[in-house]
Design a protein around this ligand. Structure first.
Ligand SMILES: Nc1nc2c(ncn2[C@@H]2O[C@H](COP(=O)(O)OP(=O)(O)OP(=O)(O)O)[C@@H](O)[C@H]2O)c(=O)[nH]1
Ligand SMILES: [Mg+2]
Length: 183
């Protein structure tokens, strides 16, 4: 998806302090220049691994204008877990249901509009290898990035015990790290 969006004109380096490769690319859409950062592939942001930590830290502290969660259409159940975790950090999300060519081959039908309604963010069907849906993704990124569209992502209500713990912790985190989009 990164390559489809940027035409592969990426610049690579390392994540600060880490030896994990960091790829950056650019593209122009409707006269605006977009800078894209490819985060390490991960199924979770609970920072159990370096990759997860890098992805979480970038979304939380890098405050991107938009985060694109690229999911595998043939394994949505497993992949949407990551989308829900990203929603906990930022509402500025676009979900790509990628590998749609594979899904079609397997006879899977995915109701993209319903998924978008349920998740509360733009959802775009894509097949990145064929550049299918590329412009739709760029358009969704533009809308979310420029806040033309107020996203209201789905979040599951926290169980009572967790909510109580959050009520205690959140003010402490806010005072330690002021300005976080979602402490
Ligand atoms: N058929 C098909 N293959 C795809 C599509 N998108 C990506 N691929 C292929 O899937 C493989 C994995 O793609 P990557 O872009 O490396 O996936 P990733 O999630 O970034 O992987 P990591 O960052 O290594 O975790 C590559 O061989 C891609 O060419 C698609 O829409 N359709
Ligand atoms: Mg990757």
């Amino acid at each position: 998806m990164f390559n489809a969006l940027t035409g592969m004109n990426q610049h690579t380096g390392n994540w600060p302090g880490k030896t994990v490769t960091r790829a950056e690319g650019r593209y122009t859409y409707q006269d605006s220049l977009y800078k894209l950062i490819d985060l390490p592939g991960t199924y979770s942001l609970l920072s159990a691994s370096t990759d997860e930590e890098i992805a979480r830290d970038f979304i939380l502290f890098g405050k991107p204008h938009c985060t694109v969660v690229v999911t595998d259409a043939t394994a949505l159940q497993r992949n949407l877990n990551l989308a829900l975790q990203v929603f906990e950090i930022t509402p500025r999300v676009v979900v790509c249901v990628n590998l749609m060519d594979e899904a079609r081959r397997k006879g899977l039908k995915i109701d993209i509009n319903r998924l978008s309604e349920d998740l509360g963010v733009p959802v775009v069907a894509t097949a990145a290898r064929r550049k299918e849906g590329r412009v739709d993704v760029q358009n969704a990124i533009a809308e979310v990035g420029q806040q033309q569209r107020k996203a209201k992502p789905y979040t599951s209500p926290a169980p009572l015990g967790i909510q109580k713990a959050l009520d205690e912790l959140v003010p402490m985190i806010q005072s330690m790290a002021p300005g976080l989009p979602n402490a």
